[in-house]
Design a protein around this ligand. Structure first.
Ligand code: ADP
Length: 298
C-alpha cells in the first residue's frame, strides 16, 4: 500500500511544533525513519496511525484520507508503539489471543492457530505458556510485534522497537521485520539507531527538529559523505588538541598516539587517509554539516 504524507504539521497544545511541513511518499517494503531523540518520529507515527489529528496537511493511503477512513485503517494497520507495555497477568498465548479478538478474528479455532503461527514466527512458541509480563525485554518486544501482526496488516508501523535491546535481540528483531517486508507489506520503522536502518531499509528519511532533512536510499545518503571521512594518525598531543572540535566516530590507541576515524571537511596538516563512508558516518556528516552548517577545519 502506498502512503502519501502531504504538508503535514503537528503542533501540540503547549505550542510544541513537533512535525513541520512533511511531504513524503512511502511505498511497499521497509522504510526507515531516522533521527535523534526529540526529532518528531513518534509524533509523526501517531499521526500516521490516526491516533492524533494533524494540525494541517493530510495522510493518504491508496489515495484515501486516513482521518476519514479510521475504521478501515484499523483493519489493515498493525502498530507497535514506543511505550508498549503489558498491564496483564495473561500468559503469552492468552495475550495474543486477546489481541486477535480485538483485531476481529471471531472464530476461536482459527484464532488459536494464528496465535501459534505468530508465536512461532517471532520465536516465542516455547514461551507460549509463560506470563507475558515475566518475559525478558527482548521477548516482550517480539510479543509486541506479534500483536501488531495479528489480523494480517498491510501496513506495519513500529516505533523505536530496538531501544534497550541487547545486540543479539536487536538483530533478531530486525530479521523478523526483514522477513515480513518480503510479503507485499509496507513497514515503517522509526529509530535513532543508525544500524537498524543500514541493514534493513531500502528507503529512508532523516528527521531533525520536526523537519524532514533527507529522503531517499541509505546508499545515496552514504554517497554524500564520500571524501569527508578520514582516518587520522594523531600523536597524543594532537589528539588532545583536536578531540573536542572533531567529530570522532571511533579511536584506537596506536604506537604514536591514536588512530581516529573522523568526519570532517578539511584535515590538511595531519597524517590522514580518506576512507569509505558508512551510514553512521553519513548520518553524522549530514546532521552536523548540512543541517547545522558546521564546517570542521582543523
Ligand atoms: P522522537 O520520537 O523523535 O523522540 P517526539 O515525537 O517524541 O520525538 O517529540 C518531538 C517533539 O515534540 C519534542 O520536542 C517533544 O518534547 C515534543 N512532544 C512530544 N509529545 C508531546 C506532547 N504530548 N505534548 C507536547 N509536546 C510533546
Amino acid at each position: 500500500m502506498k502512503i502519501e504524507i502531504k504538508g503535514l504539521n503537528l503542533i501540540y497544545r503547549n505550542g510544541n511544533h513537533a512535525v513541520k511541513n512533511i511531504t513524503l511518499t512511502v511505498e511497499e517494503g521497509m522504510f526507515g525513519l531516522l533521527g535523534p531523540n526529540g526529532a518528531g518520529k513518534s509524533s509523526l507515527m501517531k499521526v500516521l496511525v490516526a491516533l492524533m489529528k494533524p494540525s494541517s496537511g493530510e495522510v493518504l493511503v491508496n489515495g484515501e484520507n486516513i482521518q476519514k477512513q479510521r475504521k478501515k485503517l484499523r483493519s489493515y494497520l498493525g502498530y507497535l508503539p514506543q511505550d508498549f507495555r503489558f498491564f496483564t497477568r495473561l500468559k503469552t498465548w492468552e495475550f495474543l489471543d486477546y489481541s486477535g479478538s480485538l483485531a476481529g478474528i471471531k472464530n476461536r479455532k482459527q484464532r488459536l492457530q494464528t496465535v501459534d503461527e505468530l508465536l512461532d514466527k517471532v520465536g516465542l512458541l516455547e514461551a507460549r505458556d509463560r506470563k507475558a509480563n515475566k518475559l525478558s525485554g527482548g521477548m516482550k518486544r517480539r510479543l509486541g510485534i506479534a500483536q501488531a501482526l495479528i489480523g494480517d496488516p498491510k501496513i506495519i508501523v513500529v516505533d523505536e522497537p530496538t531501544t534497550g535491546l541487547d545486540p543479539d535481540e536487536r538483530i533478531r528483531f530486525r530479521n523478523i521485520l526483514s522477513d515480513l517486508s518480503q510479503n507485499d507489506v509496507t513497514i515503517i520503522l522509526s529509530t535513532h539507531i543508525v544500524g537498524d536502518i543500514s541493514s534493513t531499509c531500502q528507503s529512508m528519511a532523516l528527521l531533525n527538529e520536526g523537519k524532514m532533512v533527507y529522503s531517499g536510499s541509505p546508499d545515496d545518503l552514504v554517497k554524500q559523505a564520500e571524501g569527508h571521512v578520514f582516518n587520522l594518525r594523531l600523536t597524543q598531543e594532537e589528539y588532545e588538541r583536536v578531540k573536542d572540535d572533531l567529530h570522532i566516530i571511533s579511536s584506537i590507541p596506536s604506537e604514536i598516539g591514536w588512530d581516529a576515524q573522523v568526519v570532517a571537511d578539511d584535515v590538511s596538516g595531519f597524517d590522514s587517509q580518506i576512507i569509505e563512508p558508512n551510514l553512521e558516518h553519513a548520518y553524522v556528516y549530514y546532521m552536523e554539516h548540512k543541517i547545522n552548517g558546521v564546517s570542521i577545519n582543523i
